[in-house]
Design a protein around this ligand. Sequence first.
Ligand code: UD1
Ligand code: MG
Length: 453
Amino acid sequence: MTSHPTSSHPRAAIILAAGQGTRMKSPLPKVLHPVGGRAMLDHAIDAAEALHCERIVVVVGAHSPEVRDHVVKRLGEDAIAVQDPPLGTGHAVRAAEAVLGDFVGQVVITYGDVPLLRAADIEPVFADHEGVTVIGFEARDPGAYGRLVTRDGELLAITEAKEASPEVLAITACNSGVMAAPVGLLFELLGEVKNDNAKGEYYLTDVVELARERGEPTRAVFASEDSVMGVNAQSELAQAEALFQKVQRDAFLAAGVTMPAPDTVHFAWDTEVGGGTHIEPFVVFGPGAKVAPGARIRSFSHIEGATVATGAEVGPYARLRPGAALGEKVKIGNFVEVKNVKMAAGAKANHLAYLGDGEVGAKANIGAGTIFCNYDGFFKHRTVVGEGAFVGSNTSLVAPVTIGAGAMVGSGSVITSDVAPGDLALARAPQTAKTGWAAKFMDMMRAKKAAKG
Ligand code: UD1
Ligand code: MG
């Protein structure tokens, strides 16, 4: 449970996202790369919001207007601080000072490239309202991380690996980078930070020793190494994704979802699946999917921005796109694509169809190969199929068009005007028969072939 900050202890977050991210080797800025279908930066903002931070400032570099635009869209102009040029983590935090203005309270510093850190992991840094608190972790391979130098459980300093003695390098307790302090203290200390170090940067980590010199309390709280992992390269993005998926799968299994091969099922950050739903191997959920309890999602289906009700069956090889809303006991079979179509209870489209923009009434049956022709090259139009209607195979429904309740459409029809309830519509060339023609033709051809030898 997240405790709510009292009004006497307001919270703010400064999210650092000014790094270049060159090791990603991607035209997309690093922090906009997705984990679970959501930009890493949005995961960091989600955590800050879940912590009830009343101010959130994202420090962006001058080199990535896309990051700036992304933040402005979600949080507004007031959330932007620009660090130009980047001169270290301490310098980055200082860039947010003016933007925080007259804010009074606790500030937590987090990172746009640390996507797995949840509000619950960060919450302990707010337990004290004075001094400096950092989140540490026990590193399997401490490598280049800053080391937490402690004595009797007290945090004395954070020493960057490049500045560390062999003795300090042997410490496995490392700095995650996340830190909290009262806003006034934080910026006073940062004002004293110098760049006379191995990297020539202003280190945020120097505030620990500076705080101690003033007799301010300093301490570390600990989180798991996985939760604080930072992403610098594509391989680490893939690792973060794997950890994220593991958490999602375990949560769904614990919630009663049947998944015989969970490692082959891919969830988005906001996927909802009810207990008792059966998800077969190799199913992918994009953002915005909600599946009720007791549905079945068969193998190789892709579901994004869609809702699936109890008793509905999807796939194998089905694609549900945004706005697909399947009612109870709806059946969507193989190679059927549904986009922005509401299907009422018991409606079926079992094979090879495109249903885009419209609605299908209860128990209506859409035959194999049916296409909702929703786009005229300029505008999208709706197709409405009434309750209990039967649309024969290989039908083109040219929207806007309505098939009335209980109506039937003959196979192979191209329907361009509305069909009244209860009518049969046929819109195809009438069939003709030439008596005996085929038999005569085949005899003639066989004779020709025989004459050729
Ligand atoms: C930092 C910590 C180190 C910690 C490690 C955890 C410092 C001095 N060191 O080291 O103790 O173990 O993170 O990963 O803080 N950034 C900016 N502007 C800058 C510099 C950095 O926004 O001028 C952002 C980066 O985008 C990145 C984060 O701050 O997200 C960390 O910066 P990085 O240069 O990776 O710091 P490290 O040397 O890894
Ligand atoms: Mg780093």
